[in-house]
Design a protein. Structure first.
Length: 215
């Protein structure tokens, strides 16, 4: 009898879980605007910037759990003792009707020291002055910085080295200073949100407002 009751309880739990999942799926539209994708990551002025650099206004719905994935990946990578770790994607706004590879994306990983010692950049990219190293290009931006945090044991002696990257995906947006700066503004804003989640001292050495000065 106990086994039957336990089995019945398991079935009910699974059914309840399925209903909850179905309910969650019904709570959002399959496509949303730039200000709603990834849990509102781009809400405010960033939404218009994302629209401009991607050339898109409607994106597939994506939940806001990217930050949790990134923080977990970075902490695990740091705890591993390795010099680098792959990290995770924070958000990948997939345009409605887009093909695989068309989507923009922001991701973070743990970089090795030699990654910034070699300043070789992709063709057309240019260095900016923020962080340990930062750069912009037509298709995106990248930034390297270090995080000392009470959440990361030993980081006061060996900081967590974080590399953030933004790629705007397939886009016909022009290659101008304005658009390159928007690439960096988007990445900088997302990076500050990560810095807050990790409780990095002194914002990880990053300014509260982006410094958009070529090096």
């Amino acid at each position: 009898m106990r086994r039957l009751l336990a089995a019945a309880g398991t079935v009910l739990a699974l059914v309840a879980g399925g209903v909850a999942c179905a309910s969650d799926e019904e709570e959002h539209e399959p496509y949303v605007g730039a200000d709603e994708v990834c849990g509102g990551l781009f809400a405010g002025p960033l939404a218009e910037m994302l629209e401009k650099v991607t050339g898109e206004k409607v994106f597939a719905w994506e939940n806001g759990k990217g930050m949790e994935r990134v923080v977990t990946a970075l902490k695990e990578g740091y705890a591993s003792g390795r010099s680098w770790a792959p990290g995770a994607a924070l958000c990948e706004p997939d345009p409605k009707g887009g093909r695989l590879g068309d989507e923009a994306g922001i991701s973070f990983s743990m970089y090795a020291p030699q990654d910034v010692e070699d300043e070789g950049l992709p063709a057309g990219a240019e260095l900016y002055t923020m962080g340990v190293q930062s750069s912009v290009r037509r298709s995106g931006a990248s930034i390297y910085f270090e995080c000392v945090s009470p959440q990361l044991k030993g980081s006061d002696k060996a900081p967590l080295r974080i590399q953030g990257g933004f790629g705007r995906g397939e886009s016909d947006a022009p290659d101008t200073r304005e658009y390159r700066d928007m690439n960096m503004r988007i990445l900088h804003a997302a990076t500050l949100k990560l810095v807050k989640e990790l409780d990095c001292e002194d914002n990880g050495g990053l300014p509260k407002a982006p410094v958009l000065s070529p090096k």
